[in-house]
Design a protein around this ligand. Structure first.
Ligand SMILES: NC(=O)c1ccc[n+]([C@@H]2O[C@H](COP(=O)([O-])OP(=O)(O)OC[C@H]3O[C@@H](n4cnc5c(N)ncnc54)[C@H](OP(=O)(O)O)[C@@H]3O)[C@@H](O)[C@H]2O)c1
Length: 280
């Protein structure tokens, strides 16, 4: 007998997950495999994807790794078409790859907009925004062929809250939410659902600059009503929901997964906050 839990299954679906070498994207790829998807995973190098491929295959599903830098012109469309070719079509596309401004050593560059080097702005725009547009354009014909098409953009609470010192990043994440809403309406009658997921502070390499520095972590978590970081597994459930038939009537939604961070309490909750280690 079929149960409501079966609505979360994606048996035989063909999925593409970008930025799946680690962090949220890797966990999403594994979760989709557990739900029954074959998965194409992408990152800049094939070597970085080995563990994800192994984890997907261990769950009895097909995994295909494709390498390419989404910041380079033409790469995103090539990867999407290659993914569709590898799996014979696409039903689920999770565009997860994303970057923050980086310093010369590749570390996160926190800087007010007026001090952000133009090159850092350009990189964030090309990887986070231009590649998102290119991916959606390239994925459209493949998803239009599917009877269970779902496109999910990995945005951020920065889209709704803003993010001083990460202004460029926040602008691209807000653009992803806007694009998801526009495409959801534009593609609804073609049977393609489009949604965004907006994680809050999640433990990955991207946030190690804060999670691994006790005073910074403590300061940031003081602003999260649940008072702690999310694990990557706590983001995957929302992606799986939006990808699956459980969300068959959900489109144009930005699903916030942030432990309450984006809920303004006006100070009424009265959570104690330590002095900011970020204040200059
Ligand atoms: N962690 C958080 O707190 C948080 C919160 C809100 C939203 N998000 C969003 O969630 C997504 C994943 O974040 P994460 O924390 O898991 O990040 P992460 O650990 O830094 O992983 C980023 C992924 O994107 C890939 N990537 C980076 N630059 C790329 C490029 N130029 N071309 C192709 N692939 C590239 C990386 O692959 P390689 O480096 O191996 O190429 C990696 O697989 C991002 O869109 C991020 O904005 C994260």
């Amino acid at each position: 007998m079929a149960t409501s839990l079966d609505l979360f299954r994606l048996d035989g679906a063909r999925a593409l997950v970008t930025g799946a070498s680690r962090g949220i994207g890797k966990a999403v790829a594994v979760s989709l495999a557990e739900a029954g998807c074959d998965v194409v995973v992408t990152a800049r190098t094939l070597g970085a994807l080995e563990e994800t491929v192994r984890d997907v295959e261990e769950r009895g599903r097909k995994a295909v790794a494709l390498a390419g830098d989404l910041g380079e012109a033409g790469v995103t469309a090539r990867l999407v078409d290659a993914a569709a070719q590898a799996l014979g079509g696409l039903d689920v596309v999770v565009h997860n790859a994303g970057v923050t401004p980086a310093d010369a050593d590749g570390g996160m560059l926190l800087a007010p907009l007026q001090e952000l080097p133009e090159a850092a702005w350009d990189t964030v725009m090309s990887v986070n925004l231009d590649a998102t547009g290119a991916l959606c354009r390239a994925a459209h014909p493949h998803l239009a062929e599917s009877s269970r098409a779902s496109l999910i953009l990995m945005s951020s609470t920065a889209a709704v809250l803003g993010a001083p010192l990460l202004d460029s990043y926040a602008a691209t994440k807000a653009a992803q939410v806007s694009l998801a809403k526009s495409l959801a309406v534009g593609w609804a009658r073609q049977g393609i659902r489009v949604n965004a997921v907006c994680p809050g502070w999640t433990l990955t390499d991207m946030t190690a600059f804060a999670s691994e520095v006790a005073p910074v972590s403590e300061w940031l978590m003081a602003h999260v009503p649940m008072g702690r970081w999310a694990s990557v597994e706590e983001i995957t459930g929302s992606v799986l929901f939006l990808a699956s038939p459980a969300a068959s009537y959900v489109t144009g939604h930005a699903l916030i997964v942030d432990g309450g961070l984006s809920v303004p309490d006006g100070g009424l909750a009265g959570y104690a906050k330590p002095p900011s280690p970020l204040a200059s």
